[in-house]
Design a protein around this ligand. Structure first.
Ligand code: DGL
Length: 253
C-alpha cells in the first residue's frame, strides 16, 4: 500500500549556507537518533555572512517553505548568520511547526568561565546583528574579544583550501596567540577547522551552539517512536553539487 505524506514518518528539516551545518546535525542525531532528516545545503547563496538582512530573510523564507512542503515537522537553522537575521521573521510567519535556531555559545562560557579571556569568531552578518549585540551585552566580560572572520566560511566551504585557511588564521589569530583560554565558534563552519585554530592559538577550549540547540530541539520536537527504523538522511544542495554531498557524508560519519 502506498503511504501518503501524512502517514509517513515526518522528517526534521535542517539548513545552512552549505555543508557547515553538518556540525549541528552531528549533535542533533545524538539527541534525536530515531529521526529522518532532510539537510538543505544552500551553496547557491554561499556565503550568507555578507548578505543584507533582506536577502537572508528572503533566502531562508524560500528554504523554510520548501522544507515545510516536504512535510517536515520542525526546522533547524544550522547557521548562526541566518538565525541572527531571520529566525524572528520565520517564527512569526510559520507558526505551525517549531523553528529552532542556533546562536553563539556566549551564555555557556559566561556561566562556566566568567573571568577567562575568550575569543568569539563569527561572520560579519552575525556580529552586526541585533541578536549578537544583545548576547554580548549580557554575557561578555572585559576580556571578551570579537573577531569578524570575513571570507573564512567560504574557504571552509570550498574543497582543498587548507593552505589558504592556514594563512588566513595565521594572520587573523596572531594577535591572540597565548592570550586566549576559550574560543566561541560562532559560525557552524568553524568547528571543522578546530585543529588549525589550535595550531596557532595553542591549547584552548572550544564552545559552539550545537549542543544547546540539540537539547532544546529534543525538548520541542515530538520524537519518532519507531525504534526499529534506521534514520535516513537526505542531502539536497541548491546547486546540485554531487561533490558536496560526498564531503557532507564523509564529515557526518
Ligand atoms: N555557517 C554559517 C554560520 O553559521 C554561515 C556562513 C556563511 O555562509 O557566511 O554563520
Amino acid at each position: 500500500m502506498m503511504q501518503n505524506n501524512k502517514t509517513k514518518t515526518q522528517p526534521i528539516g535542517i539548513f545552512d549556507s552549505g555543508i557547515g551545518g553538518v556540525t549541528v546535525l552531528k549533535e542533533l542525531i545524538k539527541q534525536l537518533p530515531n529521526e529522518n532528516y532532510i539537510y538543505y545545503s544552500d551553496s547557491k547563496n554561499n556565503p550568507y555572512g555578507e548578505k543584507t538582512d533582506e536577502q537572508i530573510i528572503q533566502i531562508t523564507d524560500n528554504i523554510t517553505k520548501y522544507l515545510i512542503d516536504q512535510n517536515c515537522k520542525a526546522i533547524i537553522i544550522a547557521c548562526n548568520t541566518a538565525s541572527a537575521k531571520a529566525s524572528k521573521n520565520l517564527r512569526e510567519k510559520y507558526t505551525q511547526i517549531p523553528i529552532i535556531a542556533i546562536e553563539p555559545a556566549c551564555k555557556v562560557v559566561h556561566d562556566l568561565k566568567q573571568q577567562e579571556p575568550t575569543l568569539i569568531m563569527a561572520t560579519k552578518g552575525t556580529i552586526e546583528s541585533e541578536r549578537f549585540h544583545l548576547l554580548t551585552n549580557k554575557y561578555a566580560n572585559n576580556q571578551t574579544y570579537i573577531l569578524q572572520c570575513t571570507g573564512l566560511a567560504e574557504l571552509i566551504e570550498n574543497e582543498d583550501q587548507n593552505e589558504k585557511i592556514q594563512s588566513y588564521l595565521q594572520k587573523e589569530l596572531q594577535p591572540y596567540k597565548g592570550k586566549i583560554k576559550n574560543v566561541i565558534l560562532g559560525c557552524t563552519h568553524y568547528p571543522l577547522i578546530k585543529q588549525q585554530i589550535t595550531n596557532i592559538l595553542g591549547k584552548v577550549q572550544y564552545f559552539d551552539g550545537s549542543k544547546g540547540l540539540s537539547k532544546h530541539a529534543k525538548s520541542l520536537i515530538i520524537p519518532n517512536t519507531n525504534q526499529t527504523q534506521q534514520n535516513q538522511i537526505q542531502f539536497i544542495d541548491s546547486t546540485n553539487n554531487k561533490n558536496k554531498e560526498k564531503r557532507f557524508f564523509q564529515l557526518l560519519y
